[in-house]
Design a protein around this ligand. Structure first.
Ligand code: SIN
Length: 406
């Protein structure tokens, strides 16, 4: 796991753990290997960093499941100030305006960085980046890859970047059980994998564990996403914020699977509507903010109506060209989106709250950092604007790394 290891009695507060093998990490330890964790590790180069991941890289991370894409004001009719306004409006009064402005301002540059790392984002016939529309965005500004394979592409890029960066050591099959502290702050991580538990001694731990949607009965998240970062942070004494703010995505495919396949908001961005089984409109504006649409569908269901997505007239036989992964999930369930109504319902999708961090990703415990879905930066407020999470992961991981390097 790190350059040297020995068996010692654990010092200081670590002593309460008895005799454990101690491994000395040469730099920070990143807990989690989704987009945020891997980009933070890569951006820390040339400083050594160890990434621990319970699953093999690329598995069980919600990054890989993201469909819609990454929002950034790169279109000729767009401006980061408009992106900031949309983010603030969707966040319903609970965003931190300064954080919103700084992350949306950094959007175009974040896209350039991802392209430089090798991201293959979709482009139009003229070669310009293709821009999709999602709920509560006033402009087309959602960049995507392979139609609905955006997260998978960004994860591919992040995994490849981490693998080819010599200063990044990746240890798979290991999970963090506890963040250890002493009088100075973080002292290490208690980790387990195959073999006995061990202490990884380090003065910097970066939590990048993702969200908690896997705790819910209806979820679009990997079932392994169960709030591990929150638990580690709370036990280490860190302040958490807004943990009750969980976003429900309105259109999870309701075909009896757990987790539920997502039907991206981008499908509504291409004109699909939300209807009841009898064909009556289920919401006034299918592209309203996500919480508004989810509440409307929930109310319709409470009133006894089935809720469905109708892409027949607008996308019809072109559905699979735009959304190949969603089409294959539908077909696996015996549905053809060009001729069938798709049964959908709200499902837990994203944790807006999390471990309280400052603009650089510092938590309230010295040496403990957090980034990505497990962190609460203040960007999302009470309702995350669609496709702002991959942006936040990209921008904030880089900032965190720059601060930690200095
Ligand atoms: C979607 O594609 O609808 C999800 C995008 C997101 O959650 O940001």
């Amino acid at each position: 796991m790190a350059p040297s290891s020995s068996t010692l009695s654990t010092p200081g507060t670590l002593g309460t753990l008895g005799t454990l093998e101690i491994t000395y990490a040469e730099g920070p330890v990143v807990v989690g290997a989704g987009l945020a964790g891997l980009l933070a590790a890569t951006a820390l180069s040339p400083f050594p960093v160890t990434v621990i991941s319970p699953a093999p890289l690329g598995v069980d991370t919600s990054t890989g499941w993201a469909q819609g894409g990454i929002a950034a004001a790169v279109g000729p009719d767009d401006d980061p100030a408009l992106h900031a306004e949309d983010t603030l409006r969707a966040g319903a009064g609970l965003c931190d305006p300064e954080v919103v402005r700084s992350v949306t301002d950094a959007g175009p540059e974040a896209i350039s960085w991802l392209l430089a790392l090798g991201a293959r984002l979709d482009r139009g016939p003229d070669g310009a980046l293709a821009l999709g529309l999602e709920g509560a965005h006033c402009r087309r500004r959602v960049l995507h890859a392979a139609g609905d394979g955006s997260g998978a592409e960004l994860l591919r890029v992040a995994v490849a970047a981490a693998r080819r960066t010599p200063s990044v050591t990746v240890v798979e099959g290991v999970r963090a059980v506890r963040v250890l502290t002493d009088a100075h702050g973080v002292a290490g991580v208690l980790a387990e994998g195959a073999g006995p538990r061990r202490v990884v001694a380090t003065r910097s731990v970066i939590l990048a564990t993702g969200g908690l949607g896997g705790l819910y009965a209806h979820t679009t998240n990997p079932l392994a996403s169960r709030g591990q970062g929150l638990a580690l942070a709370v036990r280490a004494g860190a302040v958490v914020r807004d943990v009750e703010l969980v976003q429900f995505h309105p259109t999870a495919l309701d075909v009896g699977l757990d987790p539920m396949p997502l039907v991206s908001e981008a499908v509504r961005g291409e004109g699909a509507t939300l209807v009841t089984a009898s064909g009556a409109p289920a919401v006034t504006d299918p592209l309203a903010a996500r919480d508004v649409v989810a509440h409307a569908l929930w109310a319709a269901r409470q009133a006894g109506h089935a809720t469905c997505l109708d892409a027949r007239a607008t996308l019809g036989p072109r559905f699979g060209d735009h959304f190949p992964a969603i089409e294959s999930a539908c077909r696996a369930a015996g549905l053809d989106p060009s001729v069938d109504l798709l049964p959908v319902r709200p499902a837990a999708h994203y944790a807006m709250g999390g471990v309280l961090v400052d603009a650089a990703g510092r938590t309230t415990v010295p040496g403990l950092w957090a980034v990505g879905e497990c962190a609460s930066t203040g960007l999302h407020g009470a309702n995350r604007l669609a496709s702002n999470s991959l942006l936040e992961a990209t921008v904030c991981s880089r900032r965190l790394a720059a601060t930690l390097r200095d």
